[in-house]
Ligand binder design. Structure first.
Ligand SMILES: *Cc1c(COP(=O)(O)O)cnc(C)c1O
Length: 506
């Protein structure tokens, strides 16, 4: 299994000379510790591995850990099977995933709960993904990544400085996955004052020496731009041994492919059946994993993209026009982990949509930088007409607002006696607009309500239930530094704390 960049013009000579550190095509372990490809693109497999009906049949019986191993084997062909088995077994344990809501079903790691079975043949199902240590679905991938980093670094005798940006949940998931791990430091940027009190407390209360929280005066996209700028500075990246755990990290995407398989296999009894998924969108990482599962042959009818007020991608799926917003035009909403107007994984889907033409992707995303977007609607003056192919990939979309969120949280509480979080509410709101008879609709639960209590209180007049161990988290001492969006200052801070010499300073 080899990987290519979404911007690779793989036949040109300039490509080869640009890549002194990573040879194309790369293997799984080569890209595990990196972020963007050296040409600024994102990694994808040269071809998607396929699953057979016989494999799906066999996989129905597997535990989550064994299913994860079976799927990873297809992507991480350079890691011995036995090692993959040990890594997935260590990651997806009852001990890690049964603390929060407990119960027998939690042993399934991502148990399904049928919310509605309607007389018209439609079914609405919620897939629990938030039973990990930070109460959001990001743990599902990040916990595996932590163990894979440790494994790979130990093998290579190397160290790694993770530099990332978070709108709330990535940061805590990464820090909890990496805290105390030998040879790893985490530098995490977050938009100052934009996370919920619970989210900030989760991250900033970590006192581990290898964890550095940096609150940036800006919005999430500013933080993400700084990570991209550092990733594009190849000399600094090499010198400071910078890696990333942002949602562009390929291993994170692969780890997420697993719960689409698990959800499908749990909701069906035969491979003749189809299901659809609705996914609350942020950086397009989660739904990108669904796209990959579908490309591998998993019988997914529709992939419904749910946005909040930051509806750049709903607009794209409805019109073919991709128009990113400036940070000043990105709304700060009550589903803050979705407050993203430039979704970094979207390029992976566009690569497939334009027939895997890296040259074309490079031009389109250059246009995003210079003109703020591109237009694939096929209308006169547009950049192409591939929007007409979107349906072939199963994509549909919808949008949810603060009002919808409150109403959905209320009626899910009334009808089913459960409190959902604000992002999952966006998913359920949009999923209800896309139900089809005979095809179960699975909504991916992205976090627990306790993380966004401010809005739960507004919707229900009650506090969200706090899982054991999180009762007084806001009262714990916090450790973080504040910084502007000045890149030079940021780089100096990193270098000072890694102890690695900067170029020109030796
Ligand atoms: C990260 C996150 C999202 C968005 O997921 P992406 O993979 O970035 O699209 C949605 N909801 C919650 C709660 C999240 O933490």
């Amino acid at each position: 299994m080899h990987y290519v960049s979404t911007r690779a013009a793989s036949t040109t000579a300039s490509q080869a000379s640009e890549n002194s550190s990573t040879d194309f095509p790369a293997q799984f372990s080569d890209i595990l510790l990196g972020g963007l490809a050296p040409d600024g693109g994102l990694y994808l497999p040269a071809t998607y591995p396929q699953v057979t009906g016989a494999e799906l049949d066999a996989w129905r019986k597997l535990s989550y850990a064994d299913l994860a191993c079976a799927i990873l084997k297809k992507f991480a062909t350079d890691i011995p099977d036995l090692d993959l088995k040990a890594l997935t077994a260590k990651t997806y344990t009852k001990a890690v995933y049964c603390n929060v809501r407990g119960g027998e079903k939690a042993a399934d790691i991502t148990p399904l709960r049928v919310l509605e079975k309607n007389t018209d043949g439609t079914t609405l199902i919620l897939q629990a993904l938030s039973n990990g240590p930070t109460l959001a679905f990001k743990d599902m991938a990040m916990q595996l990544l932590g163990n894979m980093f440790e494994y790979t670094l130990a093998k290579r005798g190397a160290e790694l400085n993770i530099f990332g940006a978070t709108s709330g949940d990535t940061g805590s998931a990464a820090e909890y996955a990496m805290r105390g791990k030998q040879g790893i430091r985490v530098f995490m940027l977050s938009p100052q004052g934009k996370m919920s009190a619970f989210q900030s407390a989760q991250m900033f209360s970590l006192q581990d020496e290898n964890i550095f929280n940096i609150a940036v005066e800006g919005v999430f996209d500013d933080c993400q731009d700084m990570v991209k700028a550092v990733s594009n500075d190849l000399a600094f990246k090499a010198q400071q041994k910078i890696g990333t755990v942002n949602s562009i990290n390929w291993a994170r995407v692969v780890a997420q492919v697993v719960y689409y398989f698990r959800g499908y296999l749990s909701a069906t009894t035969s491979n003749e059946q189809q299901v659809s998924f609705t996914v609350p969108l942020g950086n397009f990482g989660n739904i990108c994993a669904g796209h990959i599962a579908r490309m591998m042959g998993l019988p997914i009818a529709k992939l419904v993209a749910a946005t909040n007020e930051n509806d750049v991608l709903d607009e794209f799926f409805r019109t073919g026009i991709y128009r990113v917003r400036k940070s000043a035009e990105t709304y700060h909403t009550s589903s803050p982990s979705m407050d993203i107007s430039k979704a970094s994984n979207f390029e992976r889907f566009i690569f497939d949509l334009v027939g895997r033409d890296g040259e074309r992707v490079r031009k389109l995303f250059k246009k995003v930088e210079t003109e703020g977007g591109f237009d694939l609607s096929g209308k006169p003056g547009s950049d192409g007409d591939e929007w007409k192919l979107v349906a072939r990939y199963g994509f549909q979309s919808g949008k949810s607002t603060h009002k919808d969120r409150l109403a959905t949280i209320r009626d899910v509480a009334d009808d089913y006696g459960i409190t959902i979080d604000t992002h999952t509410a966006d998913g359920i709101k949009v999923a209800r607009e896309h139900l089809q008879p005979g095809i179960p609709m699975i909504v991916l639960e992205t976090a627990l309500a306790a993380k966004f209590n401010e809005t739960i209180l507004e919707a229900l007049g009650l506090d969200a239930e706090r899982p054991p161990g999180f009762e007084n988290i806001e009262a714990l001492p916090q450790k973080f530094v504040s910084m502007s969006t000045d890149l030079a200052q940021m780089k100096a801070y990193i270098a000072a704390h890694t102890g690695l010499a900067r170029i020109g300073e030796q």
